[in-house]
Design a protein around this ligand. Structure first.
Ligand code: PAF
Length: 283
């Protein structure tokens, strides 16, 4: 595995790979690699000849009150995990080479970037859109694999690809869960043992929704309200939002219509840690 830090060097390598008809798969991360990231690399490995993994803690997607400076950066451990997972190139640039002093241009997401996570974290998705687009230009992938755990981010990236006519196939990777049902996330390391077990209420909420939908309950906001109540009555936990959206437009959904797909999105505080989770349903 080769470690690259300069965007122009990564671009030159990607260009050469393309000229040699290599299919490039990219997995973008902010490091602190875990089972979830490794499942993305595995998917990339299955469908691409060359796998590029990017590690970059992107300052432009963090709010002023967020954890940019505390964000875990176990680089040596990440290198070992990436190597063992079969990554060919690890692109890990310094902040200054991605955002030099005179950097001015950013991407502005539309309405989708302003709802839900975007409403709670103003500017977050503009930062994500900007870095993902820059990394697309630097790594020149044919395929890019993103986790379904960040469902709204995935929807926004699909929108970017459509809106900017990018010739890249976006592959969605299923959420990886611990045995308890807790979705694997870099932020889980901030959870105490007690919070970690309380946090499984998000997955229990998803299971509750599954039962309701299988039982032909049609009122989606009513199901969401029941899940909010479950989270709120769990010691140490506080719901932020629980909402069903239609899978196509990501707009709040009211009545479950036969054969249509919906996604339940959950965000909750467990102690001081804010967690998100989601699941797709067909009514
Ligand atoms: O999902 C993440 O880890 C980040 O938002 C991403 C896509 C790597 C952009 O910084």
């Amino acid at each position: 595995m080769q470690i690259i830090t300069e965007p122009c060097q990564m671009q030159a390598i990607a260009e050469k790979l393309r000229l040699n008809r290599q299919l490039i798969g990219v997995v973008m991360t902010m490091g602190a690699l875990h089972e979830g990231h490794l499942s993305l690399v595995k998917l990339a490995r299955q469908s691409a000849g060359t796998v590029i993994l990017t590690i970059f803690v992107n300052p432009s997607q963090f709010g002023l009150d967020e954890d940019l400076h505390q964000y875990p950066r176990p680089f040596e451990q990440d290198v070992a995990l990436a190597k063992a997972a079969g990554v060919d190139y690890l692109f890990a640039p310094e902040t200054e080479s991605i955002y030099p002093k005179n950097h001015q241009t950013t991407l502005e997401c539309g309405a989708l970037g302003k709802r839900l996570e975007g409403e709670r974290r103003p500017g977050h998705f503009n930062g994500v859109a900007t870095i993902v687009t820059k990394l697309f230009h630097i790594t020149k992938p044919h395929r890019a694999i993103f986790g379904e755990k960040d469902a709204q981010q995935l929807a926004i990236i699909r929108q970017i690809v459509t809106d900017l006519d990018l010739d890249i196939t976006i592959v969605a990777a299923p959420i990886v869960r611990e045995e308890s049902g807790l979705a694997v996330s870099s932020r889980n390391i901030y959870l105490s043992n007690q919070e970690r077990s309380a946090a499984t209420i998000l997955y229990q909420g998803i299971c509750h929704a599954e039962k309701c939908i299988a039982g032909k309950m049609k009122n989606l906001p009513a199901i969401a309200a029941e899940i909010e109540q479950m989270i709120g009555s769990t010691p140490g936990c506080r719901p932020d939002y629980v909402v069903f959206v239609d899978e196509e437009r990501f707009l709040p959904a009211d009545t479950a219509e036969e054969e249509k797909e919906y996604r339940l999105l959950l965000a909750a505080w467990c102690g001081t840690v804010r967690l998100i989770d989601n699941s797709k349903f067909r009514a």
